[in-house]
Design a protein around this ligand. Sequence first.
Ligand SMILES: [Zn+2]
Length: 241
Amino acid sequence: MTQLGDLTTQHGTTRVGTASQRNVLLVPLGATEQHGPHLPLSTDTDIAVAWCRAMAQDDDNVLIAPPLPYGSSGEHQSFWGTMSIGQDALETLVVELGRSASESFAAMVFVSGHAGNAQPLSRAVGTLRSEGRSAFALFPQLDGSDAHAGRTETSLMLHLHPDRVDRDRAEAGCTAPLSEILDEMIAGGVGAVAPNGVLGDPAGASADEGAALLSQLVDLGGATLAQAGEETDLGGSGTLP
Ligand SMILES: [Zn+2]
């Protein structure tokens, strides 16, 4: 696993031919936002970083950029500690970062740990692709997962950082399906439907379940890496021939 921040710029000129320009760059996108009474504000960033690390584990040609610890979190703004840069800023940031990164890397995958980044990120990736750049977006789409600070994220954090989960404070929040509460949430934010900030129920969360969820995320990412590889002639998995 290679982190971009650990390399020197020589990495781009000492590799054979244009090898370094054939690397795939993973960019972890997180958030700094409330995650109920039991999970840290960095939860989405932690998950994005772990997801990228797991994807890059066995492939030196997949590099990991430093993470962005802020995202579009307006729906959580009524809770202490939430720091959102909003949709427009995130979209602009990803477009500019992508334009810059494409000078050095064959393809880039923006890996978001926060579902609220989905719309601006999709728009930004659409812009980058319309400019002929090989850009992709990944979101944590997991079958049967709950929305926020519930069993899914609690399990992932119990697997990744058990010392940072305050299990004694874990409690259920709003467990109604998102489709039923969406209008109220758009109007009044997460606090309007879940005073404790939890959309779901952390009961039953476990480190084992978190490990299984992470491997599901890696499978999801593998499909995108393969797509990036095909699109840029890197070979099936993004690995150099
Ligand atoms: Zn989250």
